[in-house]
Ligand binder design. Structure first.
Ligand code: 4NP
Length: 164
C-alpha cells in the first residue's frame, strides 16, 4: 500500500483535481486497494468545503467526479502517515515546514516532491494556481495534472499494472 497526499494552498482547486485524477486512474487500473490518496491545503480558509465549482466542472468534463472531496489542512501526522507528499508549487513546499513534526523534519522533507517533477517534458516546475483566474484557466491546469499523474502511476504500479 502506497499512501499519497497532494498538497496545494487552499485544497479547493489544484490538489483536489490531482486527488480526483489519480483516484480515477487508479480505479481504471483496478488498483484501488493498493494506493491510498488524499489531499490537503497549507491554508485553512476553506475547511470542509467542496472543491471550487470550476475545478469540479473541469474534472467532470474529463469524466472525473471530484464533488465528494472536502478541504482540510495539512497536519503533522500527514508526514508520518503518507509515503509521498506531492506539492503543486515551491511555496506549498515552504509552507509545509511549520506542520512537520519537529523531531522528524528531515524524514518529512524527504517525502515531498513537486507534481511537475513527474512531467519534465512539459517544461514547467509548478502547477499554476487558477483560483484568481477564470473558468477557462482550469482545464489547462487539469491537463498538466493529468500529464504528471500518468507517469506517477506508472512509477507506482508499473506500466502494465503490475504492483511493484
Ligand atoms: P488551490 O487554489 O491552492 O489550488 O486550492 C487556491 C484556493 C483558494 C485560495 C488560494 C488558492 N484562497 O486564497 O482562498
Amino acid at each position: 500500500m502506497t499512501k499519497i497526499l497532494f498538497v496545494c494552498l487552499g485544497n479547493i482547486c489544484r490538489s483536489p483535481m490531482a486527488h480526483g485524477v489519480l483516484r480515477h486512474r487508479v480505479a481504471e487500473r483496478g488498483a484501488t486497494g493498493q494506493i491510498t490518496i488524499d489531499s490537503a491545503g497549507t491554508g485553512d480558509w476553506h475547511l470542509g468545503s467542496p472543491p471550487d465549482a470550476r475545478a469540479i466542472a473541469a474534472a467532470a468534463a474529463r469524466g472525473i467526479d471530484i464533488a465528494d472531496l472536502r478541504a482540510r489542512c495539512v497536519r503533522a501526522a500527514d508526514f508520518r502517515d503518507f509515503d509521498l507528499i506531492i506539492a503543486m508549487d515551491h511555496k506549498n513546499v515552504a509552507d509545509m515546514a511549520p506542520f512537520m513534526p519537529s523531531e522528524a523534519k528531515e524524514e518529512a522533507r524527504a517525502k515531498i516532491k513537486l507534481l511537475m517533477d513527474y512531467a519534465p517534458a512539459l517544461g514547467a516546475t509548478e502547477v499554476p494556481d487558477p483560483f484568481h483566474g477564470g473558468a477557462a484557466d482550469f482545464p489547462p491546469v487539469l491537463e498538466m495534472i493529468e500529464a504528471a499523474c500518468a507517469p506517477m502511476l506508472d512509477d507506482l504500479l508499473g506500466p502494465r499494472g503490475s504492483y511493484l
